[in-house]
Ligand binder design. Structure first.
Ligand SMILES: O=C([O-])CC(=O)C(=O)O
Ligand SMILES: [Mg+2]
Length: 496
């Protein structure tokens, strides 16, 4: 840590940590686990975003497995070349929508590598059981295509049948190589593939889309926790999203599902509590024909509304959630409007990295005169406003996927079910203490994350057994203890 702390530039710290991961894996995890709040912004958002943008020019040695169009027909053999045979979790991207940064082609590899480092550090999955994969079907990013240091195929993205066939071969090869209990986490695919891949493979594979489902679970947890401060039930609230892609519609659907479970109202009804704004304005019924399929359930009866500010003033949401991937979109007027009709407006600015955040912590607190309950996808430093220090929480799927994954693995689950996401949310929300609330937090601090992950894993595993989706029998008696006992810890073995 003494060495790492001497680097002033976050990207240099990132490079030093990646070198360490290669040269002394145990020490890498020891540092990450013992200094999680300090190191998370380095190995994860926001620095990992910059690392992906510059991946080619900081490239030292390969991490993870690249599968390109050229490997078509022999993906099974490529997987078998990976030295570890006992794989339990794969995080795979095709790099088309890396965080809110867009198409970074196969430089997106930083994301599967970073997510899997968190699987180990935060969720205790053994490092050797983790496989980062990047599918290289080209990139439409002209800058990268012209960059002499670009590490991927220099062609525009394959689409349609060519794309679907490569993905299908990959999915089949994974099952053939590692069996049906390997967890495949889809990460940072573009909207136009993410929903379809999840729908297509969720009935045959143990798959989970982190951007749709992981983000939904973490945000629902924050909202459930926030109710203790703002009062009422979820059904008493009105939700407005800026951004109707994977995260926006994923969160919206999980909120509607939870309200439906709580009220016994059909989900078609509870969806009406939730409104979404995309780049063309409020999603309303008159736009239905031209909407992508994942937006259609949110096309409620309403006059057309063009801007976010007009939508805020019309809908009067109690909760405003940014999932647009576009920074600075929660303007002063928007936050002031939220604060004008809410005593404690809930404002979640989820886009990553920090540059894409819809607003900063400082803006949310200042423009709401210190009344906002604020959390963001990327971390913000504590902010002092009129003598009070506010701790912005980090509403990031990193709270959920490591524990969820551990729960799936330890129960031998064969499918991911929405009720597991709800169970994970509930487990996370239950970890927020009065002391956290007093500081303005709706999430527990990351420093307790391994304990939190064990709680989440236990609840997810319990749900898997309850739903008949778990294969590891008999179920352990104490699931939390069992989760803790399964966790990798970075200790050197003693010499004999
Ligand atoms: O990686 C993160 O920090 C959260 C996430 O999934 C995304 O922004 O795509
Ligand atoms: Mg993501």
């Amino acid at each position: 840590m003494h060495i790492i702390r001497q680097y002033q530039v976050p990207l240099q710290k990132y490079m030093a940590m990646m070198d360490l991961q290669e040269s002394n894996e145990k020490l890498f995890y020891k540092l990450l686990i013992d200094n999680v709040e300090e190191m998370l912004p380095i190995v994860y958002t926001p620095t990992v975003g910059e690392a992906c943008q510059k991946y080619g020019s900081i490239f030292g040695r390969p991490q993870g497995l690249y599968i390109s169009l050229k490997e078509k027909g022999c993906i099974h053999e490529v997987l078998r070349n990976w030295p570890e045979k006992n794989i339990e979790v794969i995080v795979v991207t095709d790099g088309e929508r890396i965080l809110g940064l867009g198409d970074l082609g196969c430089q997106g590899m930083g994301i599967p590598v970073g997510k899997l480092a968190l699987y180990t550090a935060l969720g205790g999955v053994r490092p050797s059981a983790c496989l980062p994969v990047t599918i290289d079907v080209g990139t439409n990013n002209e800058n990268l295509l012209n960059d002499e240091y670009y590490i991927g195929l220099r062609q525009r993205r394959a689409t349609g049948q060519e794309y679907a066939e490569l993905l299908h071969e990959f999915m089949s090869a994974v099952k053939q190589t590692y069996g049906e209990k390997v967890l495949i986490q889809f990460e940072d695919f573009a909207n136009h593939n993410a929903f379809d891949l999840l729908a297509k493979y969720s009935t045959t594979h143990l798959v989970f889309n982190d951007d749709i489902q992981g983000t939904a679970s973490v945000v629902l947890a924050g909202l459930v926790a926030a109710l203790k401060v703002v009062g009422g039930t979820l059904a008493d609230h009105t939700f407005l999203f800026l951004g109707a892609g994977e995260a926006g519609t994923g969160i919206a659907e999980l909120i509607a599902l939870e309200i439906s479970k709580q009220t016994n109202m059909p989900v078609e009804e509870t969806r009406k509590k939730v409104w979404l704004v995309d780049s063309k304005g409020l999603i309303v019924s008159s736009r239905r024909e031209s909407l992508q399929h994942f937006k259609k359930p949110w096309a409620h009866e309403h006059e057309p509304v063009k801007t976010l500010l007009d939508a805020v003033n019309d809908i009067k949401p109690t909760v405003l959630i940014g999932t647009s991937g576009v920074g600075k979109t929660f303007t002063k007027e928007v936050i002031e409007a939220m604060a004008s009709f809410n005593e404690k407006p809930i404002i979640l600015s989820l886009s990553n990295p920090t540059s894409q955040s819809e607003c900063t912590a400082e803006e949310a607190y200042t423009w709401s005169q210190g009344r906002a309950i604020f959390a963001s996808g990327s971390p913000f430093a504590p902010f002092e406003y009129e003598g009070k220090t506010f701790m912005p929480g980090q509403a990031n799927n990193a709270y959920i996927f490591p524990g969820l994954g551990l729960g799936l693995i330890m129960s031998g689950a064969i499918r991911v079910h929405d009720d597991m996401l709800l169970a994970a949310s509930e487990a996370l929300a239950a970890q927020v203490t009065q002391e956290n609330f007093d500081q303005g937090l709706i999430y527990p601090p990351f420093k307790n994350i391994r304990k939190i992950s064990a709680e989440i894993a236990a609840k997810v595993a319990a749900k898997a057994y309850e739903l008949g989706l778990a294969t590891r029998v008999p179920p352990p008696r104490d699931l939390v203890k069992h989760a803790e006992s399964c966790m990798y810890s970075p200790a050197y073995r003693s010499y004999r």
